[in-house]
Write a protein of this length. Structure first.
Length: 507
């Protein structure tokens, strides 16, 4: 039996980059279901620890810009999935994308990888690269780097991806639900060919077994060509909302549009801008050749309305497995916690609270793990709302990212303007701040036993200032800590006691 026949019989060995992100986190279980072996390349492997498929994959620590770690991750790999992008939040992101793709292509060649599969953006026909948005231009360039390499590549190009938790879906959802009357930019009349995330994953998985001679781009899209105006109206119908009044106007540029989207939706300006800029030109598929290699079954690909209904149902049933915020935002802090052994020193401010709780530790932990999102922060809501608005104003993520799941958290989850850095079920929740700050900040909450059948709540806020501005920031907000952090500790413990009482009453 030759090597290719053996692979067909036993499955391929696949490397997935971007497994902490929206598409990557959903692709991994689909590859496993198809009988493939999976290795994930991640800068922070801990973020994959709590995924339901984590024990079924191999995880390699590394970065796509680091040739040594990429070479190690690609060893023994048949098919490499490239699902990472340096979002356009700085003047150097295109250079970073270019360098990373070149490193990956070169190391894939050296490792004898049989195929690279890349998910890029659908570019409009006849529009020169200089007129494309930087975001779309960079994705197109990365795809070309892979096509020019000696390793056969399948470059899949999609426009708007519709799925529960996708940035495009969240943008559409919040704009339509929150604004019964909308003054919109002209790009709402641009023609688009959206595709359901279920079909994107099907095409990605199927691309692993394309013949060796296939080295090309594939346009992937659903069966419907619509305008963004049509998309919003369809969402309104599917969600059972009253008819929306939408008035397009010519004065809203993509830049202004992204600020408008950032104001109304949880999607921050840094992500909304590339999404809106990509809608300036018509993005419609010009071929459907992917079906020659990954055949469509009955009802495939999903019509737009069905993809929308499925995504909405997943949200309503709290079955969102990954979200657009699953991946860390560019520029988000990644320094070690100050208590780590390799902490380099410097100033570290603390605010610590200890409260005895007349409830079992399990009840306290239930409240801790349920914090944030629609459940709130158990402390002075106006102060938290004001801090969220201020963060949005200065270009941060704000307070509206919410939670992936209303009850359960896992490492890597975004939680409003925090990210879950560590979770020890029943004991510790550590959050890292992703709001704009002149320093690094963490919030820790512990559920402990007091040795007498009751719980003890321990809360610790840590701040490592950067420069004089950082010190000034801490001292300017410290007078409010008694209200914000003290109130939080008090209200969390009261909620645990109340929850215990409610359960006793039910019994």
């Amino acid at each position: 039996m030759d090597r290719d026949t053996a692979h067909d019989a036993t499955g391929l060995t696949c490397l997935v980059t971007g497994a902490t992100g929206y598409i990557g986190g959903r692709l991994v279980p689909e590859l496993l279901k198809a009988g493939h072996r999976v290795r994930c390349l991640a800068r922070t492997p801990e973020k994959l620890r709590d995924h339901p498929w984590a024990k079924d994959v191999e995880v390699a620590k590394g970065d796509v810009t680091d040739a040594a770690s990429v070479a190690e991750a690609l060893r023994g790999i048949d098919v490499a999935y490239y699902l990472v992008h340096a979002l356009g939040t700085g003047s150097t992101f295109e250079a970073t994308d270019r360098r990373a793709a070149q490193v990956f292509a070169e190391q894939a060649r050296a490792a004898g990888v049989r195929r690279i599969v890349y998910l890029g953006g659908l570019t409009p026909r006849g529009v020169p690269p200089r007129e494309l948005s930087p975001h779309l231009r960079s994705r197109d360039e990365v795809g070309q780097i892979f096509l020019d390499s000696p390793v056969p590549a399948a470059v899949l190009r999609a426009a708007v991806i519709i799925g529960s938790g996708s940035a495009s879906f969240e943008m559409l959802r919040y704009l339509t639900e929150r604004l019964p009357v909308m003054v919109t930019p002209q790009w709402v009349r641009t023609r688009i060919q959206p595709i359901g995330v279920r079909d994107v994953l099907r095409y990605l998985v199927g691309s692993a077994r394309m013949p060796a001679e296939v080295n090309r781009t594939f346009d992937i899209g659903g069966p419907d060509v619509v305008t963004y105006l049509d998309m919003m109206r369809c969402y309104s119908d599917v969600a059972g909302l009253p008819k929306r009044l939408i008035v397009p106007v010519p004065v809203l540029t993509p830049k202004l549009s992204s600020h408008w989207v950032g104001l109304v939706t949880p999607v921050p300006h840094s992500i909304a801008r590339p999404l809106t800029e990509s809608l300036r030109h018509e993005v419609v598929c010009h071929e459907h050749d992917i079906a020659d290699y990954v055949p469509d079954g009955p009802g495939q690909p999903l019509p737009y309305g069905e993809a929308l209904a499925l995504a909405l149902r997943r949200v309503q049933d709290a079955e969102v497995t990954t979200r657009w915020s699953s991946a860390a935002l560019p520029g988000a802090p990644s320094d070690p916690l100050p208590t780590d052994p390799d902490w380099a020193g410097g100033s570290l401010y603390r605010d610590e609270r200890h409260v005895a709780v007349d409830a079992p530790r399990e009840a306290l932990w239930q409240v801790i793990e349920g914090i944030g999102g629609d459940n709130g922060w158990y402390s002075f809501p106006l102060a938290w709302a004001a801090r969220g608005r201020l963060d949005r104003f200065v270009g941060g993520v704000g307070l509206r990212r919410g939670r992936r799941d209303a009850e359960r958290l896992r490492v890597g989850d975004s939680l409003d303007f925090w990210r879950v850095e560590e979770i020890e079920p029943g004991h510790l929740l550590r959050l890292r701040a992703e709001m704009r700050l002149p320093g690094l900040a963490w919030l820790e909450m512990y559920a402990e036993d007091d040795g007498h059948g009751r719980a003890r709540f321990r809360q610790r806020a840590l701040f490592h200032p950067r420069g004089l501005l950082g010190h000034a920031y801490w001292w300017s907000v410290s007078p409010f800590h008694a209200v914000v952090f003290g109130g939080m500790a008090r209200n969390i413990t009261q909620a645990a006691v109340k929850g215990t009482g409610d359960r006793r009453t039910v019994r």
